[in-house]
Design a protein around this ligand. Structure first.
Ligand code: MOS
Length: 748
């Protein structure tokens, strides 16, 4: 078995880590040097003899039936090996209907469309054919020549028009969403001394990871190997095995390196299934690398949202009523109930609360996870409204928040495992110089620039799934950690190596980590900011078990007190191993089958990553140009394993929040559902010039209910960002922007 191995000895690695002192050190990312020097191979870069190249053909109507599909011109292009449509593609097992509310893990597919086995079209952009050719140029050319006719059906593609058809989502078993009620929030709002009742909207967002989705699929008999851009190698493997009717052990999914995931690579999207189907059909390996346009058309992004948010308070700023009624969309063939009311349910101790999630199905590519799903939208809505209320009360927005700090979780009454919200605001305000802010809008100016300062609460729940981990100590003193987790660029392998080194009492450089391969012990999917704490839970248990075995051996061999490997040498044993969790039986669910053990244990607490975001903006008084001039995020994110990778994660998330606030929006043609922003020329992500130096720091207080005190921090950095910016824009200009993104036309 060849798997990607990371070692501490790559150029640039920090080689001065003392034994027992790896955790907490800013060691370099193990994969960093190889990535920036082009030494690693991403999914699309794996080469096989006889490799073919595939290109998708996308539907150009949003709803209908294919009545004709003419592939003659495509097939005649030199180098074309096959053109597969619903008429000639291999038949595979149809997917089961997705349950959108419960679609948290087992239903790993992004849609329930039976690609290339159906003549039905459910969104503009749905893949309806694939060309396989000797070169990608031939495949691309041929794909453009496929002629399709349709019987069209009426379409629901305009969110603004469709939202009147939204209906309340029923609560899911883990209460991520649904309707939550405490007291009589409407009556309390009507009776409140001071209140706001507002409407906020956010646009759909698209995934634009630096690495577009890609799959290389190789069949050998009834064994399938896929190199796939996935955040869920095990679930993807089980899904493909089921769809293609082969045992799960015959499918191997590899994703050693990802150029970002952000939730866009969690679900199985059409390219993965179609690549495996095409490889089967042509009897050769197939590479299907989506163009950025194809990513936008054939994989999901974030839902748009419309929100009513209402707050009632006493004159002295105690919340008496908190209402959020949120409308989001799904697809007709899948989608995610994005829990946009999550912050409203967990942040402030309002006496009366009502939150409701409403869903409307639309004929668009199903929406999916996109970094901090729920909280990214919800924190914009809630934290902007709190700022509005603070102005109504003539109260400092930080004081208003701190006055409503709850003693226990406001919705379910659970105790907080960790909560340093007050400290985050106090320390952040001090460092940012919040006291220098004149609260009067339009009161601070620097030449032609109006200057504003804004703040918002950051919040993202933390959870653990399960991981199977194997650890081996060899007689040369080195250790090998094996777990099929994911390295999307966040330093996942680096931090686990740090944890293992200290747990085993050996040098950091002596630890190798293997990951990103479903042939390894089953790891968790990389999502919901769970991975570090999940893997650490099993890794610590495996290291403890290994240490017990080594200690017993040391006693027998009289080597107690010496370095761990001396016992192995004295006993003449080349290595000793320990495994945790390898008894997983719920095959169809992969490693997630034992999700409930950690997950339910953690449900006793209200657990979350928290923080306080601070920003300073400059708005040009003449042109409306908006610039972010300063940023500080002060976070309550438990014990930090690696300050360098942690800071990068938090900064990167702030950047995504800035994109959400200032420029990103999915543009859908309201007549036909065509994505008009299917490329970086029309979908604007932040560039370097948009981003100021981003100061991030943390309180470094371990969560005593988590392994090593770890709280996941992959997503919290994005939350509160858009609100902090919108609040700063109001402070600078006196204009309250309630509809993202904050483009300059809205500031004139
Ligand atoms: Mo994330 S949206 O859980 O990759």
């Amino acid at each position: 078995m060849t798997t990607r191995t990371s070692t501490g000895s790559e150029p640039g690695a920090d080689t001065s880590v003392p034994v027992g002192g790896a955790v907490g050190r800013p060691v370099d990312r193990r994969d960093g040097h190889a990535k920036v020097t082009g030494a690693v191979r991403f999914s699309a870069e794996h080469h096989y003899p006889n490799l073919t190249y595939a290109t998708l053909v996308h539907a150009t109507v949003a709803r209908g039936t294919i009545t004709g599909i003419d592939t003659a011109a495509a097939a005649a292009v030199p180098g074309v090996v096959a053109v597969l449509t619903h008429r000639n593609a291999p038949r595979i097992k149809p997917p089961r209907k997705l349950n959108i509310v419960r679609n948290l893990g087992p239903d790993v597919s992004g849609t329930d469309v039976d690609y290339l086995n159906t003549d039905q079209v459910f969104w503009d952009g749905q893949p309806i054919a694939v060309v396989v050719a000797e070169t990608s140029a031939a495949a691309n050319e041929a794909a453009s020549l496929v002629e399709v006719t349709y019987d069209r059906l009426p379409v629901r593609v305009d969110f603004a028009a469709e939202q009147k058809n939204a209906t309340p989502a029923k609560g899911d078993p883990f209460s991520f969403a649904g309707v939550k009620k405490k007291g009589d929030a409407e009556a309390a709002l009507a009776a409140a001394e001071v209140s706001v009742d507002l409407r906020y909207t956010t646009p759909g967002l698209q995934h634009n990871a630096i690495e577009p989705h890609a799959t290389v699929a190789v069949w050998e008999g009834d064994h399938l190997t896929v190199h796939d851009t996935t955040q869920s190698i095990h679930q993807t493997g089980h899904y493909l095995a089921w769809r293609f009717g082969v045992p799960a052990s015959h499918v191997r999914v590899r994703a050693e390196f990802l150029g970002g995931g952000f939730g866009g690579k969690f679900a199985v999207w059409p390219g993965t299934v179609i690549a495996a189907m095409a490889a089967k059909a042509v009897g050769r390996p197939v590479r299907l690398a989506l163009s950025r346009t194809a990513v936008s058309r054939a994989t999901g992004g974030r839902t748009a949202s419309t929100n009513r948010i209402a707050l009632g308070a006493t004159r002295d700023g105690r919340l008496t009523s908190l209402i959020q009624d949120s409308i989001t969309r799904t697809g007709s063939v899948g989608g995610l109930l994005e829990a946009t009311t999550s912050p409203a349910r967990h942040l402030y101790g309002a006496e009366n609360m009502l939150t409701r999630q409403n869903l409307v199905p639309m004929d668009l590519v199903p929406n999916t996870w996109l970094r901090a799903p729920g909280e990214a939208i919800g924190s914009f809505v809630l934290e902007s409204a709190l700022d509005e209320l603070a102005y109504e009360l003539s109260m400092d927005p930080i004081d208003l928040r701190l006055r409503n700090e709850p003693a226990t979780d406001p919705t379910d009454g659970k105790k907080f495992s960790q909560r340093m919200q007050r400290e985050a605001f106090e320390r952040g305000a001090e460092r940012f110089g919040w006291a220098d802010r004149n609260p009067e809008p339009r009161s601070m100016r620097d030449g032609e620039w109006l200057v504003g300062m804004g703040t918002a609460t950051a919040y993202h729940p933390t959870l653990r799934l399960v991981a199977d981990v194997k650890v081996r100590l060899s007689d040369d003193g080195s250790a090998l950690v094996q777990c099929g987790f994911h390295e999307m660029g966040m330093g996942a392998a680096t931090v686990q190596a740090q944890i293992a080194a200290d747990a085993l009492g050996i040098a950091y450089e002596k630890v190798r980590v293997e990951y990103g391969d479903s042939a390894l012990p089953s790891g968790p999917m990389a999502g919901n900011s769970n991975q570090t704490a999940t893997v650490a839970t099993s890794l610590l248990a495996a290291c403890a078990e290994l240490t017990r075995k080594v200690s017993a051996l040391a006693r027998r061999t009289g080597t107690t007190g010496q370095e761990p490997a001396s016992a192995l040498r004295a006993a003449g044993r080349p290595f000793i191993e320990a495994s945790v969790g390898s008894d997983t039986r719920l095959g169809a669910l992969g490693g997630q089958g034992r999700l409930l053990s950690n997950f339910l244990k953690d449900q006793r607490w209200s657990k979350a990553a928290r923080g306080a975001q601070f920003c300073e903006v400059r708005v040009n008084a003449d042109t409306g140009e908006l610039r972010i001039s300063r940023w500080l995020g002060m976070f309550d994110v438990g014990r930090i394993i690696n300050p360098k990778t942690a800071a990068s994660q938090l900064r990167g998330a702030v950047v995504m929040g800035i994109g959400m606030a200032m420029s990103e929006q999915s543009l859908i043609d309201p007549r036909n559902g065509r994505t008009m922003s299917a490329g970086l020329d029309s979908y604007y992500v932040p560039v370097h010039a948009d981003i100021p130096p981003i100061d991030v720091d943390w309180l470094d207080e371990p969560d005593k209910t988590m392994p090593l005190g770890i709280i996941g921090l992959g997503e919290v950095g994005m939350t509160g960002v858009a609100a902090a910016i919108a609040n700063a824009v109001y402070h600078a200009t006196g204009k309250r922007i309630r509809d993202l993104p904050i483009t300059l036309d809205k500031l004139l």
